[in-house]
Design a binder for this molecule. Structure first.
Ligand SMILES: C[S@@+](CC[C@H](N)C(=O)[O-])C[C@H]1O[C@@H](n2cnc3c(N)ncnc32)[C@H](O)[C@@H]1O
Length: 289
């Protein structure tokens, strides 16, 4: 059997299954290409030269096992591969962290313009960092900035640290254990956060793929806002005078807006999909308090 045969086989298996696409791809073909090509350490693009190559016995066994696990135990492809891509950058991932997928990546790629203007960015916090994807992506765009990646989970921080090392950023990116802001010092020009924000109703209805992810990274109380409330309460103290706060709350955005009618949330638009990310300046937060 060739790689082309496996792409066809995986596509058929996925099309006949109930799998949910929400961890990096949104269709059968992209999911099959990602699983098959990356399991063989081959590129996702410009790979036509390999399609008619035959596979070794071990490679065939590996692919069959992974296709089966994707369909039967509904493991996300990123966990099967141990890698995910965020803002075009590779990240180590496993079940200690969520699979990176935040639309904040698109915002970082744009250098947070036009919101940031010409404000100098010296210090960035990725609060609730998981794999470290948001903070590390920010470090590649803001090349002079020091970046703290913080999470309450030691397990997640081990993964984040491995990604700091993989990207060669040990000199200016640090992984710090902290319950939100409790263990952090000083102020930041930018606080970026994709915290847990799934409400109880959505938690109960999540597709099986999400059950492989750590619950600590998803659940945030009845209305999904337990963590968002705590961030809003303290963020102004942790921002420099021109600092900005960017937080993803997904479809809990309606409940958040209702809870704080007097806060001037800017809800960001994304070309590549995603919603429920707000931006507030320190000034907005101070005036509201
Ligand atoms: C939605 S995941 C996001 C991971 C990563 N930022 C991303 O976009 O892929 C949320 C993360 O928040 C962490 N977390 C949960 N409660 C926390 C708390 N009280 N303080 C700090 N981190 C927390 C979880 O361990 C998890 O890694």
């Amino acid at each position: 059997m060739t790689i082309r045969d496996f792409l066809r086989f995986a596509s058929t298996q996925f099309a006949r299954s109930e799998i949910y696409y929400g961890h990096g791809t949104d269709n059968v073909w992209d999911e099959a290409v990602q699983l098959v090509m990356r399991s063989l350490a081959l590129p996702l693009e410009n790979n036509a030269i390999f399609l008619d190559a035959r596979l070794t016995r071990d490679e065939k066994a590996l692919l069959i096992d992974r296709i089966q696990r994707r369909v039967e135990s509904r493991e996300p492809v990123a966990y099967l591969l141990g890698e995910a891509w965020f803002m075009g950058l590779p990240f180590n991932v496993d079940t200690r962290v969520l699979v990176p997928r935040s639309p904040i990546g698109e915002l970082i790629q744009s250098g947070l313009q036009p919101w940031l203007g010409d404000i100098e960015v010296n210090r960035i916090l990725d609060l609730c960092t998981g794999s470290g994807c948001i903070g590390i992506a920010a470090a590649t765009v803001f090349e002079e900035a020091d970046v703290d990646l913080s999470d309450i989970s030691e397990d997640a921080l081990e993964v984040a640290q491995s990604n700091i090392v993989m990207h060669g950023l040990e000199d200016r990116v640090s992984a710090i254990q902290s319950d939100l802001f409790a263990g952090l010092e000083g102020q930041y020009d930018l606080i970026l956060s994709n915290p847990p924000y799934v409400d109880a109703e959505d938690m109960a209805a999540l597709p099986d793929e999400f059950r492989h992810e750590p619950e600590l990274g998803l659940a945030a109380g009845g209305d999904g806002l337990d963590i968002a409330h705590r961030i809003l309460e303290k963020a102004a103290d942790m921002l420099t005078p021109d600092g900005l706060l960017v937080v993803e709350v997904g479809n809990s955005w309606v409940a958040l807006q209702e809870a704080y009618p007097e806060l001037p949330f800017i809800w960001l638009d994304f070309e590549q999909g995603g919603e429920g990310v707000f931006l507030l300046s320190r000034q907005d937060l101070i005036e509201w308090r």
